[in-house]
Design a protein around this ligand. Sequence first.
Ligand code: ABU
Length: 454
Amino acid sequence: MQKDLDIFVKLVNEMLEDEVANPVVAPIPIEDLYDEIDIQLNDEPMIDQDFVPVLRKLVLNTPKTASKLFFNQLFGGRNSKAILGELLSVIMNNSMYTYKVGGPQIGVEKTIIRKISKLVGYDPDTAEGTLAPGGSMTNLMGLLMGRDAKDPNASTDGMSKRMISYSSAESHYSLPKNVAFAGMGRDNIRFIEADDHGRMRPDLLEIAIKEDIAKGYVPTFVNATAGTTVLGAFDPLRPIGEICKKYDVWFHVDGAYCGSVIFSDKLRHHIDGSELADSFTLNAHKMLSTPLSCSIIVVKDKKHLYDTFANKASYLYQTDNDEYNPGKISMQCGRRNDTLKLWTLWKSVGTNGLEDIVDHQFDLAQKARDYVADNPNYTLYNTGDSVAVCFNYKDIDPKLICNALYDDAEIMVGYGKFRDQEFIRLVTVNASNSHDDLSNFFKKMEAFVEAKNL
Ligand code: ABU
């Protein structure tokens, strides 16, 4: 073990050093990939002397998502205390289904679930929660609970009614997939139009629900988003929650991207009404700076987690206390410990430190928005609080700029679309970045555009 740990430390140090000089990796053309790096697997073993250079090449050629020039996705940066927890969980290698196998790690998970439940606005004694590998999956868990709450026979007899789901046209692509996985049918989802800021319109939601009732269908599940994938917009939770209550529809909040505003006194108004939600998802690997993945779902009434996910297995559950056997409320059987990394971070910075991390990302976005708004060469497409800044530069096709920046290993940033408008989407979730890093992004991009004559 020690030998491989030494190799690990050496490679990590090389990678960190390389990252300063080369914050963006030059992409290897796919047609050259297997010639460039010895990825193929052989019948014969490879000795370390040959293996380490291959590993080095693999590591140094992998996109650097923690560098100061990575703005491409809804995660980024690197928090060393969170990494400490993640590495420890890998070494300990527990599975989170039972107290017998997870021991105190189950207490770590339960402590985080209780804290987050309280911040969402639930009573932590009646709420419960769990983790799954990503927001698509925790959102699926919300959907399945909503389906079973509306029709408890759905999971035993199959679908006997036309059960309808609702979500904003700007919500994440997992929703239609999940509706299909749940056996509810992709045609049974209504995409509700958003307002000019990308927020779901509650008036149109209510109209759609009424229309479905009139047709004899069963409104079952509403997904509201706290931080839409492209604009980072917040759907108005309180009016949506009130409509769900009125029509007895499960209310889920997909806060995978920006649900972490629960930590911020300044920003939590964006999720006003969160306590009305039946379930709420939050990805700590997005705004809370933990490594992938740390996707949490909390549920107002723990009964629903047991109703939908409880299972029996005498080979597994050999100690009595179900509350400490979270396999009973999980979608998976084997489940890695995704909470230790958040716990090590949380313990080390405190709840106030998590608030600072969240606030800083919004502050970075504001700095970028101010720069764009004050510069006549730019057009800004989203003005409200958001950790995504959507803009175009000199009316140049955003695809052209983003793809050229990627090909030339200058900056990693992507593009998005709202209605018919395409733009560059700058994501400011790397909490290690400073205002200067944001200024550097714009300077570098502008110089690149001029130099390439785009
Ligand atoms: N939930 C991940 C979305 C990917 C992205 O737009 O960055």
